[in-house]
Design a protein around this ligand. Sequence first.
Ligand SMILES: [Zn+2]
Ligand SMILES: [Zn+2]
Length: 195
Amino acid sequence: MAGFNRVILVPLTTHGVLEYIEAVSVKLKEILSEVGLENIDVLVWPDVIKPPMKCFDWNRVQYHAGCLAKYIRDMFQVIGVIDKSLVVGVGYLDGFEYGLNFVFGEALPSQHVAIVFTKRLKPEFYGDSLNYNLYFERLIKEIVHELGHLLGLEHCTGNCVMRFSNSIVEVDEKPMFFCENCRERIRSYYISRTK
Ligand SMILES: [Zn+2]
Ligand SMILES: [Zn+2]
């Protein structure tokens, strides 16, 4: 597989995404630099890519994560930027995967693509009051987590953003950074891909 030199953040909705995405890209760049991947650019795709209805499940009223990830993958393959990029779609949507009631995100590392669903990251979803900083923090954590998968990481049991979380409490409990082990792994993965 070819190496990559950029991360492309793709807004899948206007609401809940566009007002945060520039700040997210800056923070992401910072986190990647701290890991030693300062050569990777973090870009924001200039258009909102509307999720296709074929990925929407009318019974569950949710999007199928795998379907959406593949759709984004195919689209960016056609555009011709997928080989040098890691693409992360971010949408104020609710997503599921078979066997799970919902997912915060999903990554297809071999396909260079991941999706983050943010509807369940909003404090309002749980009846809590609006909180810009908390939502932003959760956004970063879930995007960094899925990006970690694209950078070759599995789940981690340390004090680490790669800790598996399937509840908002677990999201809030984990840090937004990689542990030292995972940092080391990312560096060697990146070096192996850019040789
Ligand atoms: Zn994960
Ligand atoms: Zn870790």
